[in-house]
Design a protein around this ligand. Sequence first.
Ligand SMILES: [Zn+2]
Ligand SMILES: [Zn+2]
Length: 370
Amino acid sequence: MRDKRKMEREGNMKSVLFFAILLAGGVALSAWMGIADSRLAAGRGTSLNNSQKNPVLREGEVLIWDPNSSAPLPIPPSRTKPPPVPIRRPDAYAPIYEPAYASHPFYRNTRRLMSLAKPLGSPHSGDWRTLVREPEQDFDQFVRDSRRSGGTLVVQPIGDLPADQRRAIGHVLDAISAFFGVQAICASPISLSVLPSGCFRTTDGWKQINAEALMSGTLGPLVGGGVAAIVAVTDLDLYPGGDWPFESAFGWSSYDQGTAVVSTARIIDRSPANRGRNLFRLTKLFIHELSHTYALKHCSLFNCLMNGSGNLRESDAKPLSLCPDCLAKLSLVTGRDPGAHVAEMIGLCRAKGFSADARYYRLASRALKL
Ligand SMILES: [Zn+2]
Ligand SMILES: [Zn+2]
């Protein structure tokens, strides 16, 4: 059994207590055997095979990795900017924690951003901090929590996503790559038909997927061998599973297994006029959940991408940026200078039309004297 304290959760809660006990083991291989659908990007995607390792992608296109092909993980084209980050074994992180994180230049650099940090105000009714009591993760705790190797971040579609969401994933991959400084790719979709029936339920008219069952049974075995973390995406609704008293969730992730899942069901507005807002929501949700897989827990000190979300209003209020403390954690665990992160994010936010966050990153760049 997994330690539930290591699980992250957030979502749209109505305090409906349920106890879902589902068997989830042993499905990963059968799930992968069922993969046959490479239509992810339907005219916008590029499948990788052994003779085509480095295709040129256009804006918004998706690089598709088919793990059944036995081809190595694809190398993204140089357009995705960040140089490859060497794979680090967990032990390789040790020197940055000695003698103390406080003396590390990455940590000291992030202190220059303190003047830009906005303390988090009091929560409203229904906000995350009124629903879940979580201790603040200080740096000593983070150092104890963070043990992971480097590698590629993989987006794993579950089922046949609508065309607009398939296109959006291409943009989200750009954002993931810029934010974490590693390559990010999309895998061939896993068909819903190969997931065990215990993965599903229907609540209040929503067809839902059991997040913990999906992560532990299907995604977990895919981590490792160059895959640092994998985040599934589905347009079905999510529920946490286990004994969590939440009826739904926007996203869910594991701190220690490199797995996460996000749902577009409650965050995507089908109106074409809201395409920009949809992309912004999706980008923040993916990166928030992936940051949890780097052992970053919820932040309750500053306005920060790592704030928990108990509802959509609260989720929309989050920026696409980390507060100085959370950026220090990410920098320490990825081995990437916070200045490189900020410089990448200026370009990314400009390119994707995230204007408020582009402004923040420009100010951050000035504060860091880049
Ligand atoms: Zn979270
Ligand atoms: Zn923070």
